[in-house]
Design a protein around this ligand. Structure first.
Ligand code: NAD
Length: 504
């Protein structure tokens, strides 16, 4: 029998839990389970630190964050090693997500002033005597709850942007990757000479719940939709606003004029990298029927030699969360039972820790392999008669996170018709590495945005200020206003807006 890899509460104490290497079950670390009292204490420390951090200039905050970025860059191998051991993902993949996270910290630090600093806005004719400005103020303390699949990149989308906007953060990393979370908090605390601007509380779901009901000003959650609903319900208690970054069932669409070799390479990587445990991973592929056979030959050829394992040659790691194995198997089995064809892999591909790459075609649209997030190295590839059908099937999901399109002529048109937060044309997941682009979904993939200017504003409130420059020509906001003033106001608004002018 295999030892359970689920984090376990140590017998007798209930105060710590173990994180285990999913490749072999080895112990990676023992971490405290923060209870409500400890979570509240961390939030209180964060509240105090928010006074100092929030009052710093954008430039001063940027300097600290850029120093932190340099520390992470110099020690990247150390952080990648912890991530490799906690998630099982190959070292190179662990490094890749840190590389992307470093770029995001840099962008957030360098752009916060421009995006959030005071801006003049036009006051309009009616209020021509006013100088109007808007600026975006930090909320205070932000709680961040993260998943394990990209333990650096994913929470960093909230952490770096919340910090750059002037908030302090209390972070509850996944119980599968507590060491990564702790490392991030320790290094920023080192840069800040001990100021608790980013703290970590480790633990299981109960610790996450304690953070939701604590005195935080916003809660940024990334994880499954099912937990997202619990997070929202808990946050409702104090009317704490939430961001939900949940799962997806993204498709990759291949048009008849696409570069099939590139499309196959992208589908394979989008579906199989990180053992398919990617929120914006490719789970479905819709290929124009005219090029379906050619695409299938291409992807089958490229998949040769690709395998999951713990040796240095294996490009795919283990399934990090053991309970996912039976879900992956049930999706494969359901597809096959309903008539799907197995191209590579299949039901036997699901082992005790690893899942070998599995490609299925002609998968019925009502099978769970199409309707539910599989979160394993599987691809469901179906032919379509037209790009209209590809878009229709892509959008026939309750999720709406991201996706990709391969087309020489019509990429932009197809991308715009996909109901999702992000689409890459002629590549996969490229948008995630562009710090200026917002990241987030629609439908059951969640709401709110991290990354880019939207991601910075997400952790602020807008502050509008008008300053009277000179006496108004018509004093409208006074009980001294008379019928003549009312008449003048009516005349003016009729002149301004009464005509039949169009936009042109
Ligand atoms: P999960 O929902 O099981 O756990 C996420 C986090 O929530 C963990 O830290 C967990 O301890 C915590 N949690 C559990 N119960 C809680 C509760 N009652 N209250 C508060 N917190 C609680 O998700 P996971 O398995 O860690 O991550 C995988 C999921 O995350 C997938 O669905 C994936 O698509 C999604 N994901 C989404 C994005 C995105 O940006 N949209 C990014 C990465 C992962």
């Amino acid at each position: 029998m295999t030892a359970t890899l689920e984090p376990t509460v140590e017998s007798g104490t209930a105060a710590t839990f173990e994180s285990l290497n999913p490749s072999n079950g080895d112990l990676v670390g023992v971490h405290p389970i923060a209870d409500k009292v400890q979570v509240d204490a961390a939030v209180a420390r964060a509240r105090e630190a928010a006074g100092w951090w929030g009052a710093l200039s954008f430039d001063d905050r940027a300097e600290y964050l850029l120093t932190w970025r340099s520390v992470i860059t110099r020690r990247i191998a150390q952080l990648a090693e912890i991530s490799h051991r906690e998630t099982g993902k190959p070292h190179g993949d662990a490094q890749l997500e840190i590389v992307m996270a470093i770029d995001h910290i840099t962008w957030a630090a360098k752009n916060a002033k421009k995006v959030l600093g005071s801006h003049k806005v036009p006051s309009g004719l009616l209020m021509a005597n006013q100088a109007s400005t808007v600026e975006y103020k930090p909320l205070g303390v932000v709680g961040v709850i993260g998943p394990w699949n990209y333990p650096v990149f994913t929470p960093m989308g909230s952490i770096a942007y919340a910090l750059a906007a002037g908030n302090t953060v209390v972070f509850k990393p996944s119980e599968y990757t507590p060491g990564v979370g702790q490392w991030l908090a320790d290094t920023l605390t080192e840069v800040l000479h001990g100021y608790p601007v980013l703290q970590v509380v480790t633990g299981l779901g109960k610790t996450g719940n304690a953070l939701c009901v604590a005195d935080v000003d916003k809660l940024a959650f990334t994880g499954s939709g099912a937990t997202g609903k619990k997070v929202m319900a808990a946050c409702a208690k104090n009317l704490t606003p939430v961001i939900i970054e949940a799962g997806g069932k993204d498709s990759l669409i291949v048009d008849e004029d696409a570069d099939l070799a590139k499309a196959a390479e992208a589908a394979l990587w989008g579906g199989m990298s990180n053992a398919g445990q990617t929120c914006i991973g490719t789970e479905r592929v819709y290929v124009h029927e005219k090029v379906f056979d050619a695409f299938m030959s291409e992807i089958t050829e490229q998949a040769k030699g690709l395998r999951a394992g713990s040796d240095s040659e294996a490009k795919i790691g283990p399934i990090t969360m053991p309970s996912q194995l039976k879900i992956i198997k049930s999706h494969i089995d359901d597809a096959i039972a309903r008539g799907a064809k197995v191209v590579i892999g299949g039901s036997d591909a699901v082992g005790e820790r690893f899942v070998q790459p599995t490609i299925l075609t002609h998968v019925p649209e009502d099978s769970t392999e199409i309707t539910e997030e599989t979160f394993g190295p599987t691809l469901a590839i179906n032919p379509v008669r037209s790009m209209d059908e590809a878009v229709e099937l892509t959008n026939a999901t309750r999720y709406g996170l991201a996706g990709a399109v391969f087309s020489k002529k019509n990429g932009m048109d197809i991308a715009r018709r996909i109901r999702s937060g992000m689409t890459s044309i002629n590549s996969v997941v490229a948008f995630a590495a562009v710090p200026a682009l917002p990241f987030g979904g629609v439908g059951e993939s969640g709401f709110g945005r991290i990354h880019g200017p939207d991601g910075l504003k997400e952790f602020t409130y807008a502050k509008a200020i008008t300053r009277q420059k000179f006496k108004p020509l018509m004093m409208l906001t006074s009980f001294a206003r008379d019928a003549k003033t009312d008449g003048n106001a009516l005349q003016m608004i009729t002149m301004m807006h009464g005509g039949k002018k169009t936009l042109k």
